[in-house]
Design a protein around this ligand. Structure first.
Ligand code: SAM
Length: 287
């Protein structure tokens, strides 16, 4: 079966992809999931009408959201991923030899199972790594319960690799969730989040920035262009009580990247440092 997949994220503007072949289309129980093949992007996954990941450009998104906080922190042993069912974020976190355990809390087992079956190149074996702990649960509930327990895990980096703020992902954009993430961070830890494309989702950026600014000593964004997320540069949220981490120069990051033995396709130490430079239209959204 072929045809076009039309994304339904924005009411007045959008993008479409030719589906050379539909590999899977059904409800997982929680979300409408479709996986199809496209000549430009390879295999593509969409949830509830919104593109989630594509073989062709997933490396940009996943490298940035994993390597930037992990290398800025410099001594990461424990990582929490909220969402991230395709496994691409898990794989990039596990590329860091200092990482002893990655806990991934995904609400929809169907996304994990179908990604393993139809998109194995994205996780590249990460689900079988002994350092992986996969929890099928609502990430919002998980962080609240973990934070409440005095013996609960504390993480050096928390990565929110979520859907947009609709459906099950909506709770991952609330002040209560950010406050619980903060309580789950070890001292000096960093929270990073998928924060949409600010040219088309300006309110999301302003709202999340205000919420995190009230909680963390340092709250900002870093950016990268991900072709399958339409509308220009994508924003990644950054929040930490260590104000120095965001100011590191490429020269500070380069030896850490070399020591980790990373071979990224998008990320470089220069891009790391430069990605925190924000265009004026984004700075204005934070005014
Ligand atoms: N890179 C993607 C993007 O920017 O659109 C995100 C991809 S990842 C597949 C998003 C995942 O978040 C989905 O698998 C979805 O099931 C999961 N998710 C949504 N709400 C969640 C929640 N409350 N707790 C845990 N995972 C959630």
């Amino acid at each position: 079966m072929s045809g076009w997949f039309e994304e339904t994220l924005h009411p007045d503007i959008g993008q479409r992809f030719r589906m050379e072949r539909v590999l899977y289309r059904d409800r997982t129980g929680l979300q409408d999931l479709v996986i199809f093949e496209n000549r430009v992007l390879g295999r593509v996954m969409a949830l509830d009408g919104v593109i989630q990941t594509a073989e062709g450009d997933e490396f940009i998104y996943h490298e940035m959201l994993a390597h930037v906080p992990i290398l800025a922190h410099g001594r990461v042993r424990r990582v929490l991923i909220v969402g991230g069912g395709d496994g691409g974020m898990l794989r990039r976190c596990l590329e860091h030899p200092s990482v002893e355990r990655v806990t991934m809390v995904e609400i929809d087992r169907g996304v994990v199972d179908l990604s393993r079956e139809y998109l194995p190149s994205i996780s590249a074996g990460a689900f079988d790594d002994p350092r992986t702990e996969l929890v099928i649960a609502d990430g919002c509930r998980y962080v609240a319960e973990t934070a409440d327990r005095s013996d609960g895990d504390r993480f050096d980096v928390v990565i929110v690799d979520s859907t947009d703020p609709h459906g099950p992902g909506a709770v991952l954009f609330t002040s209560a969730f950010y406050a619980d993430c903060k309580r789950c961070l070890a001292p000096g830890g960093v929270l990073v989040t998928q924060n949409g494309v600010p040219f088309l989702q300006p309110d999301e950026l302003t709202q999340t920035w205000r919420r995190r600014k009230a909680l963390f000593a340092d709250s900002s964004f870093f950016m990268a262009p991900v072709p399958s997320y339409y509308g220009g540069f994508m924003a990644f949220g950054w929040a930490s009580d260590d104000e120095g981490l965001r100011a590191l120069a490429a020269a500070d990051i380069a030896p850490r990247m070399a020591a980790a033995g990373l071979r990224p396709r998008y990320y470089t130490p220069e891009i790391h440092a430069g990605s925190f430079a924000l265009p004026q239209y984004v700075l204005s959204l934070m005014a």
